[in-house]
Design a protein around this ligand. Sequence first.
Ligand SMILES: NC(=O)c1ccc[n+]([C@@H]2O[C@H](COP(=O)([O-])OP(=O)(O)OC[C@H]3O[C@@H](n4cnc5c(N)ncnc54)[C@H](OP(=O)(O)O)[C@@H]3O)[C@@H](O)[C@H]2O)c1
Length: 261
Amino acid sequence: MDLGLRGRRAVVGGGSSGLGRASAEALAAEGCDLFLWSRSDERLALVAAELRAAHGVDVGWIAADATAREAARVVAEAALAAGDVDILVSNAGGPPTSDPTATDPDDWQRAFQLLAATPIDLATRLLPSMRERSWGRIVAVLSSGVRQPIADLVYSNAGRSALASWLKTTARAVAAEGVTLNGVMPGRLHTPRIQQLDSGRAEREGTSEADVRATHLANIPAGRYGDPAELGAVVAFLASERASYVTGQLVAVDGGQIIGM
Ligand SMILES: NC(=O)c1ccc[n+]([C@@H]2O[C@H](COP(=O)([O-])OP(=O)(O)OC[C@H]3O[C@@H](n4cnc5c(N)ncnc54)[C@H](OP(=O)(O)O)[C@@H]3O)[C@@H](O)[C@H]2O)c1
């Protein structure tokens, strides 16, 4: 299937690693030009060079920190200065783990800036030009925690639920204008973040990483962690011409982990 992405241009958050990088790779493989962002200049430069060399697409980038209030403005201005933006893959890092009975107001503020305020601000800044050109795709990387809260990730469960709610509301507001907004909900896919979560839990519980992984695998019907490319493929489809009648949806990419319908 030709996804109709050749010549489109996508802003991809967290594009230097894990799920963001895999999404960037899937889009680039379809001939989509890219504008990446995350915090580290060094990693972005490296990944941009690799994607350019592998796929022959144009790849720009800028460093910004999604926990900072000005991040969305900085990224949107830089991306739009270099050309039209057709697609936004909304993604960055995750918040810390926490005991849900002992959360901290400053941590809530940081988590909501990272997971809701910055993604909404960035999408809001990119939406007008998508609406003017009657074509746009916003795909947010959420988490299975939106549907099935994860015990030690309360900041993530709540912050991403706020973003999901904004996506669903806004999808209806712009549905007649050729602009779609959807989310993907990863379960457990092999990335540096998941590696850190598993090793952190092993340390907290005085057990091994293998034991932590076995506990997770017992709840994943597919019997394995996912490959980031398996999420990148779903993101590329939702960002494509072919997904033109899909909007306001949250798609799990979780090997069957979420139990509810
Ligand atoms: N992997 C999974 O199975 C899974 C499951 C559920 C949810 N998620 C969520 O999906 C998102 C991507 O996770 P991942 O597994 O791909 O993690 P990852 O491999 O650690 O990648 C995170 C990416 O985000 C960037 N980033 C981190 N903090 C940032 C910040 N404050 N501002 C801007 N960019 C930032 C990182 O680059 P820099 O360090 O250079 O900034 C990196 O490019 C996270 O929000 C994660 O919690 C992942």
